[in-house]
Design a binder for this molecule. Structure first.
Ligand code: ADP
Ligand code: MG
Length: 329
């Protein structure tokens, strides 16, 4: 077991200040605090070698969860075990086994090339020379950044910089890696390269990854299992595709018709299902289990020029979920 959380809570005290000068004086004399609860009663087990996605809207508690797991902040209550350690003690042996990458924070030095930051990490983590070189070569190769190693970090593109951040985070061969929004702001190609890398690296090294992302495509490509939090509460722990299917059991059938086809008969067959028609394209949202029958019925009436069946966007499904979670769980 890589990670075990039992009934973890986290609340922050924030100092509240009244408006104006008299307000400031009053607030100083009678300090008022407000409690913000970021995580409530979170229990979760993660196995060695898993890639788990943590999903949640802004402010749901994802980053707080990662900070607690990495020992950057203390939980307010509950039990926590990360690879046999209590993270907040920040023991050296613990720090050598984990790594955190935050998409919105840079850990590399901006004014020097990444290769020099890497050497610094070699010293900090006390990585033996040959294994350092071996790991560096492997990572640089997998991420395809050979020609960027000696470029000042500030001159790299966002995607290249993120790749370097990831290399820096993996050089010491951590067993558990926390990726907080690693693809934020990246173009679609860089996003998918980082995804491919995580997948391949996990496969090769059996490293455990916990990843948060705004981009549902990231999560869908990488994680069979997701943990969904909303407002600090765990709402779902399980297979991602099953959740999506539950939220949206429909798929989209798209028929490209010959010009002047008589579509009225098609519309009759599709009955109450939601359809849209744009020029010679007809699309219908249909339940997966009825799809095959309906397609063959439609084919009896009209031979389309072409047809496809598409999944509905995962983003839409998750938006519906967050609008009304109790409908689905
Ligand atoms: N240091 C802090 N002080 C006060 N409130 C905080 C602090 N860090 C996070 N929060 C609050 O905790 C909640 C969860 O935040 P966060 O974990 O950053 O969410 P997410 O990463 O899912 O967007 C939010 O309401 C946020 O405002
Ligand atoms: Mg966050």
């Amino acid at each position: 077991m890589a990670i075990k959380l039992e009934h973890i809570n986290k609340s922050f005290k924030i100092f509240k200040r009244d408006a104006g000068l008299s307000g400031a004086i009053k607030s100083f004399l009678f300090r008022k605090y407000e409690k913000v609860t970021a995580l409530r009663d979170i229990s979760l087990k993660i196995n060695d070698g898993e890639i788990i996605g943590v999903l949640g809207q802004n402010g749901a508690g994802k980053t707080t969860l990662i900070k607690i797991l990495a020992g950057l902040i203390h939980p307010t209550g509950g039990n926590l075990d990360v690879n046999g350690f209590i993270p907040s003690k920040r023991k050296n042996d613990f720090l050598k086994q984990i790594s955190v990458v935050m998409g919105q924070k840079n850990q590399l030095w901006w004014d020097i090339p990444a290769s020099e930051s890497f050497l610094l990490n070699q010293k900090i983590y006390d990585i033996e020379k040959t294994s350092y070189q071996q790991r560096l070569d492997e990572l640089v190769n997998l991420l395809n950044v050979e020609d960027k190693l000696n470029v000042q970090v500030r001159r790299l593109s966002l995607g290249e910089r993120m790749k370097m951040e990831i290399i820096a985070a993996l050089l010491h061969n951590p067993k558990i890696v926390f990726l907080d929004e690693p693809t934020i702001g990246l173009d679609v190609i860089s996003q998918s390269k980082i995804r491919d890398f995580v997948k391949e690296y996990n496969h090769k090294h059996n490293t455990t990854f916990l990843i948060t992302s705004h981009y549902m495509n990231d999560i869908q490509a990488l994680c069979e299992r997701v943990y969904v939090i909303d407002n600090g509460i765990g709402l779902y722990d399980g297979n991602f595709d099953k959740l999506i299917e539950k939220i949206n059991p429909l798929k989209k059938l798209i028929f490209e018709l010959e010009k002047n086809s008589d579509i009225n008969k098609l519309i009759q067959v599709l009955g109450k299902h939601k359809i849209e028609i744009h020029q010679n394209i007809l699309s219908a949202q249909l339940p997966d289990e009825k799809m095959a029958n309906l397609i063959s019925e439609l084919f009896n009436i009209i031979k389309p020029k072409s047809f496809t069946v598409e999944e509905l966007p995962v983003e839409d499904a998750m938006r519906s979920f967050f609008n009304n979670p109790s409908k689905y769980i």
